[in-house]
Write a protein that binds this ligand. Structure first.
Ligand code: CTP
Length: 408
């Protein structure tokens, strides 16, 4: 991972819209707030504001084409990598559509596809375009993926129409960008362990007891923590997901292996987020050979597995512990029981009886349950949930990291 300079780098993407000139003022506001700013423009944007203006404002080369001089050192991969926040201001309907489908036919959209940085998008367009069904759907799709979309304001538009579509107030846009910039590094120095996915407890060499956990939530949580600067170990049961970027991923099968892998990293951990759906029982004596249906009846005696999180709770020592409770009834009461029984700081509880939400779906509706009370969150993607979770525990995670440094 590249070494970060001290002030966050905001990459401002300017697209072809009459409001492009307002991006100049935005660049200034971000600089005043202590950000370094670089600008990437579409060809169409250059018809409204010249790259020279942004070059003068930022003191940096302004990237427009994928084929700019290599000497300018502003090709898409370096811009994508160094940006802490990518803010597209103003964003046209066309660029929104390209972001949704992942089309990368110019430098700006290529950077958008290549970057891991959070996206802040401030659309501006004619009122009828803004209200058009495809634009509404594109905005929703981008929000579901975690992009912050700053809705345009209402008023007289450049085309003479009156309605919503004007670029939002610059102060609102810059506040949103600064909030993302602060998040971009708020877990630096924090050591995180995340458990995710199901476990498989063997019955015989080809069969197992498992469950329907996809691992998506845990992977999103691990990835988000890494993006915000934490060093992250993900201990995962079998899933179909690729290893998250920037995360040390340890793959295991059984609850016992998961317990062992977590134990190996617990000593240096500040936060553990236990999102794995660990089997509570396993076959006491797995059959050494595959069982056949004409064998004399199948009897599986079960025994308890170690409760990994409860075990960690007994040796908490200043760490932050977050548990999950997937319930089909009495969601809050069960969550509170787990909070206390396992000495947790937070329980993320959800009702898995709704087939539209939970296990395999991309969306979730959860409660945060802690000592202070219960908060129900709106339906959100697992990716957005990961962000909200870290917003919630970032401060105590930093405190825990501080305590660990004092201990060592
Ligand atoms: N957990 C764990 N190790 C286990 C079982 C659960 O670490 N062997 C963790 C899960 O990752 C989750 C929380 O504990 O964070 C779930 O609590 P648990 O009481 O096990 O919930 P259920 O499995 O639903 O069990 P119960 O029947 O007690 O409600």
């Amino acid at each position: 991972m590249t070494e970060r300079a001290t002030s966050p780098l905001v990459l401002v993407g300017v697209t072809g819209c009459i409001a492009a000139y307002k991006a100049c003022e935005l660049v200034r506001a971000l600089q005043r707030a202590g950000c370094r700013v670089k600008v990437v423009m579409t060809e169409n944007a250059t018809r409204f504001v010249g790259p020279t203006t942004f070059r003068a404002l930022t003191g940096e080369p302004v990237a427009v084409s994928l084929w700019d001089e290599p000497a300018a050192r502003v090709h898409h991969t370096s811009l994508a990598e160094e940006a802490d926040v990518f803010a597209i201001v103003p964003a046209t309907a066309n660029v929104l559509a390209k972001l949704v489908v992942g089309r990368a036919d110019d430098l700006l959209t290529t950077v958008a596809l290549a970057t891991e940085a959070p996206l802040v998008i401030a659309p501006a367009m004619n009122v009828h375009m803004w209200r058009a069904e495809p634009v509404r759907e594109n905005v929703k799709a981008l929000q579901a993926r975690g992009a912050v979309v700053i809705e345009p304001g209402s008023g007289e538009l450049a085309c003479g129409d009156v309605g919503e579509g004007r670029l939002a107030d610059l102060s609102v846009i810059s506040e949103a960008i600064l909030a993302e910039a602060r998040r971009a590094r708020d877990l630096e120095g924090v050591a995180v362990v995340v458990t995710a996915g199901p476990t498989r407890e063997p019955i015989d060499p080809v069969r197992f007891i498992g469950n329907a956990s996809s691992g998506k939530t845990g992977y999103a949580i691990a990835e988000e923590a890494a993006r915000r600067g934490a060093s992250v170990t993900l201990v995962s049961g079998p899933t179909a997901l690729p290893d998250p970027f920037g995360v040390v991923t340890v793959r295991v099968q059984t609850a016992a292996q998961m317990a062992e892998a977590v134990e190996a990293v617990y000593g240096d951990a500040d936060v553990v987020v236990a999102s794995a759906a660990v089997a509570d029982f396993r076959p006491a004596r797995p059959y050494p050979d595959k069982q056949h249906k004409d064998d004399a009846g199948l009897v599986i005696e079960l025994e308890r597995t170690t409760d990994i999180l409860a075990e960690l709770g007994r040796r908490k020592d200043g760490r932050v512990l977050v548990g999950f409770a997937a319930e089909t009834r009495d969601v809050l009461a069960s969550a509170r029981r787990k909070l206390e029984a396992k000495s947790l700081d937070l329980v993320v509880a959800n009702d898995v009886s709704d087939p539209a939400l939970g296990f395999a779906s991309d969306d979730n509706r959860v409660w945060f349950v802690d000592e202070a009370g219960e908060t129900q969150l709106p339906v959100m993607s697992k990716r957005v949930l990961a962000r909200v979770l870290w917003d919630r525990v970032a401060a105590s995670a930093l405190d825990a990291a501080e305590r660990r440094r004092e201990r060592n």
